[in-house]
Ligand binder design. Structure first.
Ligand SMILES: *Cc1c(COP(=O)(O)O)cnc(C)c1O
Length: 413
């Protein structure tokens, strides 16, 4: 959309740094070499953390809300991986909000019914008189296209969080563009190593950098990516400068350090997820496994056509309902019982325990990390055995750690 040779210059847009990566280097190499300082004697290999609000005048940055070279280094890597220009934000939600800010007041946004809860909640909370939201089943291409009539933005999440439905991204982008609708894809689940939405036709990509990109459960950050020099890219930078949802330089440094090992982590976690999904599907305590990498998954073929691998997230439902599922989530010893996802450590939770989340009550969302596969399986198998005891009415000895569900059901130990 509106490609321009030069990005409009303003105090909000420090000049992009020259790319040192060769266009034909693979994503694995780009994750390692992009965003480095020039190779000069005694220059460091990694971009230093620059803590500065105020700069000597005369340069393109001028003030700390408008630019920072540590952000720029991170943006260079994310941009190189996604095939566009990245703008980093204080959190994934700040990036999401900045994209919505590009929609005019009263504009229609088409949004997946199943998708990251925070995105839906944000639009639900701020929508009054500002934007009109149409909820769709994003896997249903015909219904989604029908909802795009007269809309300004189609928001895609694929695979969706937490149900792992897969949208037909190329078909939706083509149909949306024919109707003059912009398309944004939340690519947090797949990362640019598993899915490149701009190549599939999207106008914008959004990331919660807090998840797989940073990868170590120690950073909250976000990013949005659009075509180099596009009006959208300029709009996102301006939005960040004006609304001020800027990342901290230390967070940018940590996220950049995390991305260096993303190819290794993603490969290992994906291989672990594929094997765990296969074993879970054969486990007698498991009712249903959702993972696009399983040949029996309804979205297997669609996922194969547009993704490289099937991701690191699994959703599964256990027999025995929400109590059994909660017992399983609380009984793991290796897998961390926590919300969030995408860390090097595996984590799991029952999504429906959160108010406002309407996923199946016994659905467990498992974020697969890089631990040894046999240790992970032993842990899950043990947790499922405890869930089965709860189902059989023998679960009184189960100690459930505190969760919102527990607080609502007094008396359970
Ligand atoms: C976590 C998440 C977000 C929000 O990102 P934050 O960094 O927590 O603000 C957005 N989309 C998806 C898919 C997420 O998992």
């Amino acid at each position: 959309m509106n490609d321009r040779p030069e990005e409009p210059r303003s105090p909000f847009s420090p000049p992009p740094k020259p790319h040192m990566s060769e266009p034909d280097w693979s994503p694995t190499t780009r994750a390692i070499v992009s965003g480095r300082p020039a190779r000069q004697p005694d220059s460091p290999l990694s971009e230093p953390v620059v803590f500065a609000s105020t700069y000597h005048s005369g340069g393109p940055i001028a003030y700390g809300r408008d630019g920072n070279t540590t952000w720029s280094a991170l943006e260079e890597v994310i941009g190189a991986l996604e095939g566009g220009a990245a703008v980093s934000f204080a959190s994934g939600m700040a990036a999401v909000a900045a994209v919505f800010e590009q929609v005019s007041v009263g504009g229609v946004i088409v949004l997946p019914r199943d998708g990251y809860y925070g995105t839906r909640a944000f639009l639900g909370a701020t929508v009054a008189g500002r934007w009109i939201v149409r909820l769709v089943d994003i896997w249903d291409t015909a219904a989604t296209v029908a909802a795009c009539q007269g809309a300004e933005l189609l928001w895609i999440e694929s695979p969706t969080n937490p149900k792992l439905d897969v949208a037909d991204i190329p078909a939706l982008c083509e149909a949306a563009h024919a109707l003059g609708v912009r398309v944004a894809v939340d690519n947090t689940y797949m990362t640019p190593l598993g899915q490149r939405p701009l190549d599939l036709g999207a106008d914008l990509v959004v990331h919660s950098v807090s998840k797989l990109l940073a990868g170590h459960a120690d950073v909250v950050m976000g990013a949005a990516v659009a075509a180099h020099g596009s009006e959208l890219c300029f709009g996102l930078r301006r939005q960040r400068s004006m609304a001020g949802a800027i990342p901290g330089p230390m967070e940018a440094f940590l996220a950049l350090r995390g991305i260096r090992t993303l190819p290794l982590r993603f490969r290992q976690a994906q291989a672990n997820a594929q094997e765990l999904a296969r074993r879970l599907a054969a486990h007698p305590s498991v009712e249903r496994v959702r993972y696009p990498g399983l040949p029996a998954d309804p979205w297997h073929d669609r996922a194969r056509a547009q993704m490289d691998g099937f991701g690191t997230m699994i959703a599964f439902e256990v027999h025995g309902g929400p109590n059994a599922a909660e017992a399983a989530a609380c009984s793991t010893r290796l897998i961390v019982h926590a919300t969030s996802l995408g860390g090097i450590e595996s984590s799991m939770e029952r999504r429906a325990k959160w108010p406002g989340e309407d996923s199946p009550p016994s659905l467990l969302r498992l974020s697969v990390g890089c631990e040894d596969i046999e240790d992970l399986w032993a842990d899950l198998d043990h947790a499922l055995a405890i869930a089965a005891k709860v189902t059989a009415g023998l679960g009184t000895a189960v100690h459930l750690r505190t969760s919102p569900l527990d607080q609502k059901t007094p008396g359970r130990e």
